[in-house]
Each structure stands twice: as C-alpha cells, then as structure tokens.
Design a protein around this ligand. Structure first.
Ligand code: KIV
Ligand code: NA
Length: 264
C-alpha cells in the first residue's frame, strides 16, 4: 500500500476520471473511508461545527486540528490526507502560513494543506509550494470569510464569477494542485474546470467538477440540518439514536449484559 499523491491526482484529470473526497476527523471513521477507497480525506475546519460544536469555522485553531489530523493519518494507509489551515493561521503572511503548515506536516503527518482565498493569499500559496507543501485552494463560499460574505450563500454570480475564475487561474499559476469550489453556480464551476489543468473539487457546484467533496456527517445523515447540495447516503442519526435507545432500555430492564457478556 502506498498513499495517493499529487501525481495520482493530476493523472486522474488527464484521464477525465472523477473522484470523491470526504472529510474525516478521527481514526476509526477515516479507516472506514480509506478501506472504502476514498482517495483523499480532508481534515476540514468544519471540525469547528461537527466536532467542537461551534456555529462557524472561525473559532477553531491549529492546536484544535493538529491532533485530529494526526488521528486521521494514523487511521489510514492509502488516502492522501489534507488539513485545513484554520482562520487566523495563514492570513497574516508568509511566515505565519509556513509555521502553521509545518505543524500539520510534522506533528500530524498530513500530505497537503488547504487555504481559503484567491489572489489575496497568493504569496502564502507560493511560499508553501516553494517549501515543498502541496496546497489545495478553496474559492466561492469560503466559510472563514462568512462575515464579509454576509452569510452562507451562493457565490460567483455575475461579475463575481469572472473574479472567481481569475482567482482560480492565479491559484493554479501559484502552484496549487487542486481547488475546492464551494456553493457556486454549476455553469461557473464548469467554466473553471475547463479552464484549469489542475482538478476542481466541487461542493454545491454541480456535476461538471473533476471531484466532489462532502462533510461526512452530512453525507451519512448525522447532521440535523443540511444545505440543498447535500445528499444523504445513510441515516446515521436514526441508526445511532435507535442503538442508544435499545441499549438504554436493555440496561434499565436488566437484559444487558446477558450471561455471554460476563466473565465467569
Ligand atoms: O472544512 C470543510 O469541511 C471544507 C470542505 C467542505 C471543503 O472545507
Ligand atoms: Na474548510
């Protein structure tokens, strides 16, 4: 077994092969996704919501995410593991971005990092790539900028679409190996995908991107309320709730543990 590399990702685009990405935040679920053949796992700053219970990604820190990313790396053999650089860990400049990314590379063992933004963070992207760190870009709905965007809404309509395309081209020129397009009109995502030689990874961006990504708890039906772009492939909220209720009933009723669960 060897891990998926940026070269495999580049080759997939040449072969017009679509691929799936999921988020992961712990060893056991990461292992399930790895064994299911998901080639790229993202330790997203969405951990702020789905792991830490915040209502945006703003509060989560490098210290919060590094141990989760380390667990995902330890739980997997094949997937490329990408870590989000969280809000406030790269915007200040090149040296801050290098310090933060180095922590994920050294302490977590991830193979790449993701940063939000286009031309305004090009110096950071160039410096990370120059330091030997593969960089995944993220354009469109960039949740770390929610207070500027004025909410979680579709991005890149009209003239903003031209800006987004220019940002995507700039990220490619700066050496990014892929770019996430979140919550943008599908025709814009298609244009960006056809204009770039690096793969686009869509979330709420239609079916023309090279890859797709979803937060695993959304995909598996654990998140109570999700956006229109999410498809639920399981109903874990019901499955886990039913399991917890059945366990509780059996404990209260004296039916668990049964003799076979005890040591004689
Ligand atoms: O943090 C995250 O989960 C993400 C993906 C949705 C792309 O950035
Ligand atoms: Na993120």
């Amino acid at each position: 077994d060897r891990r998926v590399t940026v070269r495999d990702i580049a080759a997939a685009k040449l072969r017009h092969e679509k691929w799936p990405m999921l988020t992961a935040y712990d060893a056991l679920t990461a292992r399930v996704f790895d064994e299911a053949g998901i080639p790229v796992l993202l330790v997203g700053d969405s951990a702020a919501m789905v792991v830490y219970g915040y209502d945006s990604t703003i509060p989560v820190t490098v210290d919060d995410l590094v141990p989760l990313a380390a667990a995902v790396v330890r739980g997997t053999k094949r997937a490329m593991v990408v870590a989000d650089l969280p809000f406030g860990s790269y915007q200040a400049g090149v040296s801050q971005a290098l310090d933060s990314a180095a922590r994920f590379m050294k302490e977590s063992g991830v193979q790449a990092v993701k940063v939000e933004g286009g031309r305004r963070i090009l110096p950071q992207v160039e410096a990370l790539v120059a330091a030997g760190i593969p960089v995944m870009g993220h354009l469109g709905l960039t949740p770390q900028s929610v207070n500027v965007l004025g909410g979680y809404r579709v991005q890149g309509r009209g003239q903003a679409g031209e800006e987004l395309l220019a940002d995507a081209k700039a990220l490619e020129a700066a050496g990014a190996f892929s770019v996430v397009l979140e919550c943008v009109p599908e025709d814009l995502a298609a244009r960006v995908t056809d204009s770039l030689s690096i793969p686009t990874i869509g979330i709420g961006a239609g079916d023309h991107t090279d890859a797709q990504v979803l937060v695993w708890q959304d995909m598996a039906g654990l998140t109570p309320r999700t956006a229109k772009f999410v498809k639920k492939y399981a109903d874990l909220q019901t499955v886990l709730g039913d399991a917890a209720r059945a366990y509780a009933e059996e404990v209260v009723g004296g039916r668990f543990p049964a003799p076979e669960h005890a040591y004689r």
